[in-house]
Design a protein around this ligand. Structure first.
Ligand SMILES: Cc1ncc(COP(=O)(O)O)c(C=O)c1O
Length: 399
C-alpha cells in the first residue's frame, strides 16, 4: 500500500466541524439546529460587490499578478491609510483568503522545527498551518478568569529558545473576542525587539470592536517596522467569506519578497473575487457603523443571557463576534455532542464548538465552549433558553 505522510496523519481535524454529522442526524430527525458553532455572518454583503461582478466583462480570464491586481493593492493600502496606518501598495500582497496569507507567512519566516509562541486558546487552524509548515506551536495560557487578557510578557520570555521565530496574536481574538490594549501590545513589541522576533498579528476582525474601544494594529507600533506582519481578510469585514480574498501586510521588504515567491508558486489569487473585493472597498462608514451596532446588540443579548444561566460564566468580549463560556459540565465535548444527539427543546437544539480544540492540551478547555453571535437576537435568545434547558436535563457529569 502507498503510505500517507506522517504530516498528513497528524493534520488536525477542524474542531468547529467535527460535530457536523451529529447536527445532520438531528436535522434528519426533524430537529432544528441553531448554529452558534461557526463564524459565518448572516449580514448581507454590501450590494455593490455583487453588482460589480455583474458588470465585468473579461473575454479572456487570464492570471493576474501573483501579488494581486495593482488597483486592489492600492485600494487596500488606501484602506489602511484612512485608518492612520502607513501602508503603501508595495506592502500588500493579495492572497486567497487570510488562510493562504497565514500559510505564506509561516513558510516565509519559519523552517521545520522552528517555534511560534501563541496565546491560547487560539484559532484552531493555526495548528493546521503549523503542521503544514512543520512548525512547533508553543502555547502561553490565557485564562478565562482574567477574561483572556495577555499573559505577562515574562511568561512569553520564559518560552523563547534559539528556535523561536515569532509570536502570533489574533487581535481581536477568535475564539475569545479579546481586544488587546496598547500597553499589552507595546510590552510584546519590546520583547520582540529584544529577541528579534516577528510579531504576526491576525487582524481579520479588526473592524469589529465595542464599548468605544479602538483596535490597535501592530502596524502602528513604533520600532516594529521590520518585525510586524499583519494577516488580513475581506471575509468577515464585508461578510464575503466565499470570495476567498485576504492579504499579507508588512513593511519588511525582504519578507514581502519572500512571500511573493510562495504566491508565484500558486500563480495568482482569483480574479472575480479580487474585483468583488475592490468594489467592497467602496463600502461607506455607515455600513460598518450599522454592522457593529448589530453585533454589539447580539453580543449583549448572548453574553448577558449566558451569564444569567446558573453555573455559566462568560467574560464580556470587546471585539470580533465570538465568546468563550465556561459551562457547569465536566466535558463540553460530550455535552455538545449530547445536545445534538439526544436533546431538543420544542423541536430545536443548539450547536456549539467545544473549546478543547482551541487549546494545545484539550484538558485546558474541557468545560468551555466557543459561541459565535452571528445570528439575529431572537435566535440568540432562543439559543440561551435551549442551552439552559439542556444543562438542566444533562445526565452527564457536572463540573
Ligand atoms: C482568526 C482567523 N484568521 C483567519 C481566518 C481565515 O479567514 P479567510 O481565509 O476566510 O480569510 C479566520 C476565519 O474564520 C479566522 O477566524
Amino acid at each position: 500500500m502507498p503510505q500517507i505522510s506522517s504530516k498528513g496523519r497528524t493534520m488536525p481535524e477542524s474542531p468547529i466541524r467535527k460535530l457536523v454529522p451529529f447536527a445532520e442526524e438531528a436535522r434528519s430527525r426533524g430537529v432544528r439546529v441553531i448554529h452558534l458553532n461557526i463564524g459565518q455572518p448572516d449580514i448581507p454583503t454590501p450590494p455593490q460587490v455583487e453588482e460589480a461582478i455583474h458588470k465585468v466583462h473579461i473575454p479572456v480570464l487570464e492570471y493576474t499578478h501573483s501579488a494581486g491586481l495593482a488597483e486592489l493593492r492600492a485600494g487596500f493600502a488606501a484602506y489602511y491609510q484612512k485608518r492612520g496606518l502607513a501602508v503603501e501598495p508595495k506592502d500588500v500582497l493579495v492572497t486567497t483568503g487570510g488562510s493562504e496569507a497565514l500559510l505564506f507567512v509561516f513558510g516565509s519566516i519559519m523552517d521545520p522545527g522552528d517555534e511560534v509562541i501563541i496565546p491560547e486558546p487560539f484559532y484552531a487552524n493555526y495548528n493546521s498551518f503549523a503542521t503544514n509548515a512543520g512548525v512547533v506551536v508553543v502555547p502561553v495560557n490565557s485564562s478565562i478568569a482574567k477574561g483572556f487578557a495577555l499573559p505577562p510578557v515574562a511568561e512569553f520570555e520564559k518560552l523563547i529558545t534559539p528556535r523561536t521565530k515569532a509570536i502570533l496574536l489574533c487581535n481581536p481574538g477568535n475564539p475569545t473576542g479579546y481586544l488587546y490594549t496598547r500597553e499589552e501590545l507595546e510590552a510584546l513589541r519590546d520583547l520582540a525587539l529584544k529577541h528579534d522576533l516577528f510579531i504576526v498579528a491576525d487582524e481579520v476582525y479588526r473592524e469589529f470592536t465595542y464599548d468605544g474601544r479602538k483596535h490597535i494594529s501592530v502596524l502602528e507600533l513604533k520600532g516594529l517596522e521590520q518585525h510586524a506582519i499583519v494577516v488580513d481578510s475581506v471575509s468577515k469585514r464585508y461578510s464575503m467569506c466565499r470570495a476567498r480574498i485576504g492579504m499579507v501586510v508588512s513593511r519588511n521588504a525582504e519578507l514581502m519578497a519572500t512571500a511573493l515567491k510562495f504566491a508565484q508558486a500558486r500563480l495568482s489569487p482569483p480574479t472575480y473575487a479580487q474585483l468583488a473585493s475592490l468594489a467592497a472597498l467602496e463600502t461607506g462608514d455607515q455600513y460598518f457603523e450599522d454592522v457593529i451596532q448589530e453585533y454589539d446588540r447580539r453580543r449583549k443579548t448572548l453574553v448577558e443571557g449566558l451569564n444569567r444561566i446558573p453555573g455559566v460564566y462568560c467574560p464580556n468580549p470587546s471585539g470580533a463576534f465570538y465568546c468563550v463560556a465556561e459551562l457547569p459540565v465536566y466535558d463540553a465535548d460530550a455535552f455538545c455532542a449530547w445536545m445534538l444527539k439526544e436533546f431538543s427543546h420544542n423541536g430545536e437544539t443548539v450547536m456549539m464548538a467545544p473549546a478543547s480544540g482551541f487549546y494545545s492540551k484539550p484538558a485546558l478547555g474541557r468545560s468551555q465552549v466557543r459561541l459565535a453571535y452571528v445570528l439575529k437576537e431572537e435566535e440568540l435568545r432562543k439559543a440561551v433558553t435551549i442551552l439552559e434547558a439542556g444543562l438542566k436535563a444533562y445526565p452527564g457529569k457536572a463540573l
